[in-house]
Design a protein around this ligand. Structure first.
Ligand SMILES: *Cc1c(COP(=O)(O)O)cnc(C)c1O
Length: 442
């Protein structure tokens, strides 16, 4: 007689409480703010977005915030802003969402991937340094899965080699490294504010910088209507306000109106999430083979806990893969656990051989010295290659309802204790990455 629900045993949870996970939390002020934009017909203006930028910059303590229609484009603006261009290389960790780095190709730059640390899933400073060449212009530091990257080491390496630092804060809005907000360390930051993320306002992105030149370049690239504000007339007389990127990155004002309301309650909401996630972790921390991934430094945290993962050691569970373990967990509680993380980008041909624009040769190496082998520059990335089989995604509790969280704790304990039953299951290939990770669809 099986104990596990996967094989007909009694599940821990009869019915899932969707409200425990629902996000974002919508209040009347958010509802009203949306209606106001719609009814005044002010969807395409920038007055509300500029107010949102002002408040967002104040919250982060930076000089400039620039709203974008997507996080992807806020990162492209940041790349153009710091001057990434033809023949440059951008170093990026292989384990992240594609939008962290792919747009570099459209600027004529190449991406060189480096490894992450298994301990915290963040860019490995040593691997970053080992991938620097005379052409390295910038590094993309992703604060991956709500965890801060090791900014002290990264900034020291970057400054030593005169490399620009861009932070991708899509997973960690409001998070801290040693007491300082993420997104405020480098030369520029970009982040997604789309619905699936922790700071969720619909489709949207934000670029941050303290550098006026970075800001002005970003405006020049994809914000045509801001050009007369950021530039003197004689500076754009020859080109008029035609945006250099040929892009329009303006945020929809329903998003910025929601964002203004979200800002007012975000800190309180992520404090509640933090309490809930730590309660969950206290309940399972003694299980051998599972490892909480949390920063050790004073003043560092995982604010928001977006897509948070914990370490899973298949050897401690007789070789049961993380995919099968997650399947068994989900059978107990009706979903919310997952296996793996983003697929390793350094295996995608887009960064080596794909001819995107029809030049008749590979786009990635178009502007590099003849004979440059990008694959060899990236080389072996052992952690990126194995990490997808060594992680489990935990439920993202939005409320600290301890009685309900206890069921999830019980489910983990039950599957861990009875994992021998899972040896009969076909152990799926776990190294493929969780493709749908950041764009979960209902
Ligand atoms: C979601 C995400 C992005 C892209 O943001 P969009 O708003 O979806 O364009 C960029 N980087 C990371 C790490 C992300 O998870």
């Amino acid at each position: 007689m099986s104990k596990l629900a996967l094989y007909g045993g009694t599940p821990v949870l009869k019915a899932k409480d969707e409200k425990l996970f629902h996000w974002p939390i919508v209040n009347d002020a958010m509802r009203q703010a949306q209606l106001d934009v719609l009814e005044t017909g002010n969807m395409s203006g920038t007055d509300i977005s500029r107010k949102f930028e002002e408040e967002f910059a104040k919250w982060n303590g930076v000089k400039y915030a620039l709203t974008h229609n997507t996080g992807t484009n806020s990162l492209l603006s940041a790349m153009y802003g710091v001057g990434l261009g033809p023949g440059d290389e951008l170093i990026c960790p292989s384990i992240t969402y594609w939008a962290s780095c792919t747009a570099a190709l459209s600027l004529g730059a190449a991406v060189v991937f480096c490894d992450i640390c298994e301990k915290d899933l963040q860019i490995d400073p040593e691997s970053f340094e080992a991938h620097i060449t005379p052409r390295t212009k910038a590094v993309m530091v992703v604060h991956y899965m709500a965890h801060p990257a090791d900014m002290d080491k990264i900034m020291a390496i970057a400054r030593k080699h005169n490399i620009k630092v861009i932070e991708d804060v899509s997973h960690a809005q409001g998070g801290h490294y040693k007491g300082k907000l993420l997104g405020t360390f480098g030369d520029a930051a970009g982040m997604s504010l789309m619905s699936g993320k922790s700071f969720a306002i619909g489709e949207g992105g934000m670029m941050l910088t303290n550098d006026e030149e970075v800001y002005r370049r970003a405006v020049r690239f994809g914000h045509y209507d801001r050009i007369p504000v950021a530039f003197a007339k004689e500076e754009f007389a020859a080109t008029n306000i035609v945006p250099f990127g040929g892009q329009k990155f303006r945020m929809h004002q329903i998003s910025s109106a929601i964002g203004l309301e979200q800002l007012k309650k975000y800190d309180a909401e992520i404090a509640e999430i933090d309490k809930a996630m730590k309660y969950f972790w206290n309940g399972i921390s003694d299980i051998e083979g599972l490892r909480m991934i949390y920063p050790e430094d004073q003043g560092s945290d995982k604010s928001g806990w977006y897509a948070s993962r914990f370490g899973y050691d298949p050897e401690a569970f007789s070789g049961v893969t993380n995919h099968v373990f997650a399947k068994a967990l989900n059978a107990e509680v009706g979903g919310e656990f997952s296996a793996g993380c983003n697929f390793a980008l350094h295996h995608s041909e887009v960064f080596y051989s794909t001819d995107i624009y029809g030049h008749g040769k590979a786009t990635a190496s178009l502007n590099l010295p003849a004979g440059t082998d990008l694959r060899a520059l990236t080389g072996e990335l052992p952690v990126a290659d194995r990490i997808n089989s060594r992680l489990l995604g935990e439920p993202w509790f939005k409320h600290c309802d301890t009685a309900k969280i206890d069921c999830y704790i019980e489910a983990v304990r039950k599957v861990a204790e009875n994992h021998q039953e899972l040896l009969a299951e076909a152990q799926e290939d776990s190294n493929i990455g969780n493709i749908a990770l950041t764009h979960r669809r209902k």
